[in-house]
Design a protein. Structure first.
Lengths: 207, 207
């Protein structure tokens, strides 16, 4: 469906804001508004899937939050990743929390459920997949580091507990995102996005 | 506070799962469990802030979701970014939705509120900041592209409407994250994270 975003500025309080409908007055102060630019939006476009080859996949080991799972589905789809292995207590589709943040991507990226992430990772290793784990305390990741070749899977773990120590010993590499600031923590779906896009964009366009 | 994560495997259904307390039986099937590894966790650690210099900041132009704002606070803190300019209808602290996803980072990263993002960006340009906008239709971003030098600000826009067209003409550069898959959309806080960490990690450790 094609809809239009319109951009306004209030002559009273100076609020500059977008709206998907025609607007006559400022939502903040009720003052008169001046219309600025506009943009057409494709709200429900579906494109043919173009997964990366060699394939990339992820192992979601005991994620707690359905919103994080949904967000990872959305990012995996955008990054051209082929499959998600949902393990342990990780919520699986159909789930309203996953749908809320996946926005349909949970129907584009294939997935499977496994009670035990260790068994999945042992199998992936035997099948020739390179396994990286994203976990605090790993080697610092740098955006210009060499990226894995061939079939690749990235493991992310529970939001509080982190990745099961038995999995760390199965990984070809454990990486962390170096952090500054006072909290030094990243949402798992944001951290997944940094690595997934960081690898996918370089696989797509090698320099 | 130091707490411990414990990792278990159920001898009945095979579920492998973490827990922050001692667990005697499987939460899925009630079967007996075998204890695996464990990990100490720092749950409320606060570190001294180490912002990047030259500074990085962001302009949040009319974000709708307080959760996205909170998530960007958390990522900005982790990436060593100094300041968020919250503009238009963007929710500002204190806000329960922001706290839910910022997890305290909203108290570590300074912020200011501005009704009109255009005025902020015009001022930042005059003060010597390099302004990039993250928006669909921009130049494809590549993780090995040259990164901005000097004070840098990244503009992200409304989840549905995108960035106000008047802002695009004020930017030194408009970039997009190339996407594959069927949905070709990224959550704004994930997209912010990809670019923020992609730039910060290279500023921290130039190659």
């Amino acid at each position: 469906m094609a809809v239009k975003a319109r951009f306004y500025r209030c002559e009273g309080c100076g609020l500059r804001f977008p709206a998907l409908e025609e607007v006559g007055k400022c939502p903040a102060c009720g003052g008169g508004v001046v219309r600025g630019g506009e943009r057409g939006l494709e709200t429900d476009a579906e494109h043919p899937s173009e997964p990366l080859f060699p394939p990339c996949s992820a192992v979601l080991e005991n994620l707690r939050s359905a919103w994080n799972v949904g967000s990872i589905f959305r990012t995996a789809d955008a990054a051209g990743w082929s499959h998600l292995h949902l393990c342990g207590i990780t919520p699986a589709p159909p789930h309203p929390g996953i749908s809320k943040t996946a926005l349909g991507a949970e129907r584009c990226v294939s997935w499977s459920y496994h009670p035990d992430a260790v068994e999945v990772i042992e199998r992936l290793r035997k099948e020739g997949w390179t396994v990286w784990v994203l976990e605090t305390g790993g080697e610092p990741w740098h955006p210009e580091d060499p990226i894995p070749e061939g079939p690749f899977t990235l493991v992310v773990g529970n939001e509080l507990a982190g990745v099961d120590p038995e999995i760390l010993s199965l990984a070809h590499r454990v990486v962390e995102l170096p952090m500054r600031g006072c909290k030094r923590s990243l949402n798992v779906s944001v951290a997944f996005g940094v690595l997934a896009l960081g690898i996918s964009l370089r696989r797509l366009t090698p320099r």
